[in-house]
Ligand binder design. Structure first.
Ligand SMILES: [Zn+2]
Length: 79
C-alpha cells in the first residue's frame, strides 16, 4: 500500500494555461501540459477528425491514467 501524499489535490481539469512542463506541477498537470504541447504542434492531433498519432495517443493515455489516479486519490483517500 502506498498512501504517501505528494503535492496539492490535483484538479486535472483546471482552466489555467500551462506554458511548459514544470517539475513542480502535479503529475496530471505535467502530462496534460505535454499532451497539449504536442497536440498544438502536431497537425494530426490538432484535427480531431483524423484521430491521434501514436505519440499523441500515448500522451493521451498517460493523461487519462493520471486523471484517473488523481480522481481516485481525491475520492478514495478523503476521510
Ligand atoms: Zn500527434
Amino acid at each position: 500500500m502506498d498512501d504517501r501524499r505528494d503535492g496539492p489535490p490535483a484538479d486535472g481539469t483546471g482552466p489555467e494555461p500551462i506554458p511548459s512542463v514544470d517539475p513542480s506541477l502535479s503529475p496530471v498537470q505535467q502530462v496534460h501540459g505535454r499532451y497539449r504541447a504536442h497536440s498544438e504542434t502536431c497537425p494530426k492531433c490538432r484535427d480531431i477528425d483524423r484521430g491521434r498519432c501514436e505519440a499523441g495517443e500515448e500522451l493521451w493515455r498517460d493523461w487519462t491514467a493520471a486523471c484517473d489516479e488523481a480522481y481516485r486519490r481525491l475520492h478514495g483517500g478523503a476521510r
